[in-house]
Design a protein around this ligand. Sequence first.
Ligand code: HEC
Ligand code: HEC
Ligand code: HEC
Ligand code: HEC
Ligand code: HEC
Ligand code: HEC
Ligand code: HEC
Length: 409
Amino acid sequence: MQDEAGSLVRRRIVLIGRAKRRSLLAVPCFAIVLLAPAGGTQVSHELPGSTEDHLAAKGWWPTKATSHGPAYAGEGACGKCHVQEYSNQANTSMAKADLRLSDNPENADPVSGTLESGSYTYRLVPANDGSNLEVQSQGKSISVNVLWVFGAGVHGRSFILGDRREYYEAQVSSFSSTHALDLTPGHTIAMEGSLENAIGNRLSIREATRCFACHTTAWSTEGKIDLEKAVPGVHCEACHGPGSEHISAEQNHPKDGASSTIFNPAHLTPSGSIDFCGACHRATMDVVLNPIPSGISSIRFQPYRLQKSRCWEKTEDARLSCTACHNPHEPLVRIASFYDQKCLSCHTQQRGAKQASLALPSAGNPSVCPKAATDCVSCHMPKYNLPEMHSQFTDHFIRIVRPGQSYPN
Ligand code: HEC
Ligand code: HEC
Ligand code: HEC
Ligand code: HEC
Ligand code: HEC
Ligand code: HEC
Ligand code: HEC
């Protein structure tokens, strides 16, 4: 890790050894309380867990495979009682995180045009049940069925190809800002060779399972991947876990404290709650344990970036958990001023004569901006362009950004 990575990551690394030992001992609780003096207020530091550790612990965690089939109530079941969550959540891009093309071939939305890449030419062609990806080179061509379209289309879409026995991540993806095909991020131009090799990367069952665990709901039966039953997109039971038991408890004994029959992430600690979103958005520990290339690509890992901020390090406060700024049941808000109150819930104290004499701003007394009173995130959470995505992403490392400063790792 770079020096700039900050004390958070260093502290975590020191603690990883302990975490590993703890997970070997199968202790399900990750709360280590260290007392750190922070301007007179004591902040209890909780060691974030890796997704692997959370999955190994008892109970529900997003992306977990379930061991009994009928546990899932299915799409629509929750909406009978939780009307508001249900109608709003359907409009989020999480709910649209992928689709099975044979269910709705009209949604294939194939981009026209071709991509020339090395000696290969790629294009999407209409087919009976949706779309095929065709690759040609030196007069020969093959065309493979697109089974699944991944991505809600905010930044772009990728394709899972195959014949239901073998799965490939397509070599090319479509990008929303350019309305064109380009290489799938992480792929490199295919070398001369068979057309099968050029069409995409073959996914092992393990790799395919990982894609579907983050992008679909109820994707497992008896602990194994089951793509016939998988419900496209991230819906209620992808986050709250299988709900049949909760529903029958609510129907049969409505006053019996049925709430304990379903996972409510509102009861998590601030750090645990960030790990929860991190099951798919990559928790800080996931990034620390599987170091990523340095540079701009880390912007995709919001928990890791956010937890580097002094705001978080000094407070570890629920006002900085993902759900403080994003309601997982509603679409992302793209208006900067919407977030002002989130920042001002801490950065409000006016520095009166008394406070000005305090040596340092602190958790109990965060400083006030000398530059502006609105649109905080526009300067302190800047957006950066990711060239391979042809799109912009938001840096969740809240900080002072100096002109000309490069992206801090
Ligand atoms: C028959 C009506 C009904 C259905 C269907 C239903 N719920 Fe509930 N749910 C309730 C009620 C009532 C409560 C409040 C229970 C309480 O506070 O004791 C609740 C509470 C919850 C809570 C909060 C639990 C807590 O500990 O605070 C969550 C989360 C939840 N439901 C999710 C779901 C999901 C996900 C589904 C679909 C799988 C679902 N519910 C289906 C009636 C229902
Ligand atoms: C089961 C996996 C999963 C979990 C858990 C999860 N997400 Fe997501 N999230 C996704 C996927 C997949 C996308 C990408 C959707 C797309 O654009 O294709 C996404 C996208 C988003 C977006 C971007 C929406 C947009 O319009 O660009 C936000 C914001 C978000 N998630 C917030 C959260 C928060 C907050 C939590 C925790 C409460 C959370 N997510 C938990 C899988 C998940
Ligand atoms: C650990 C969970 C996870 C896994 C595994 C995963 N994704 Fe995602 N994926 C996400 C999340 C979260 C987002 C949204 C990220 C954001 O908006 O910052 C996303 C976004 C996307 C998008 C939308 C474009 C983009 O990059 O925002 C596509 C396409 C996509 N994933 C395809 C795939 C494919 C194909 C696989 C398997 C090869 C896969 N994903 C594996 C969590 C995952
Ligand atoms: C991306 C993950 C995600 C998805 C998808 C999701 N939820 Fe939630 N849900 C959460 C989180 C996180 C909380 C806790 C929010 C908080 O901390 O206030 C929550 C809280 C709740 C609560 C309890 C509210 C309370 O006051 O305690 C209910 C009820 C609920 N969700 C129902 C649903 C239903 C119904 C759906 C599907 C339409 C759904 N959720 C989809 C993450 C999710
Ligand atoms: C202090 C407020 C704040 C917190 C806390 C926060 N976000 Fe965000 N998030 C934002 C803002 C602002 C945007 C950009 C909205 C826009 O497009 O204008 C954003 C955008 C996103 C996006 C869309 C992709 C992108 O890069 O623009 C995802 C995904 C996301 N956040 C996930 C998360 C997750 C996961 C967490 C918890 C680790 C989190 N956020 C915590 C403010 C916050
Ligand atoms: C839970 C309380 C809390 C929230 C919410 C919060 N901060 Fe902070 N922030 C702090 C504390 C504590 C510090 C460290 C002491 C200080 O510099 O004031 C800090 C430091 C900062 C710094 C100085 C960073 C540095 O490296 O010197 C900036 C800039 C900042 N916050 C902006 C924001 C913005 C913008 C938001 C909203 C997107 C926000 N903060 C949300 C508590 C918070
Ligand atoms: C136009 C860009 C811009 C906007 C908008 C903005 N800031 Fe700042 N902020 C700055 C700059 C630049 C600095 C560094 C000032 C310096 O040190 O010269 C700063 C400094 C800070 C600091 C550190 C102050 C210190 O004494 O260490 C905090 C905290 C902060 N801003 C919070 C916020 C909050 C909260 C908002 C929204 C209410 C906000 N900022 C809006 C540009 C901005």
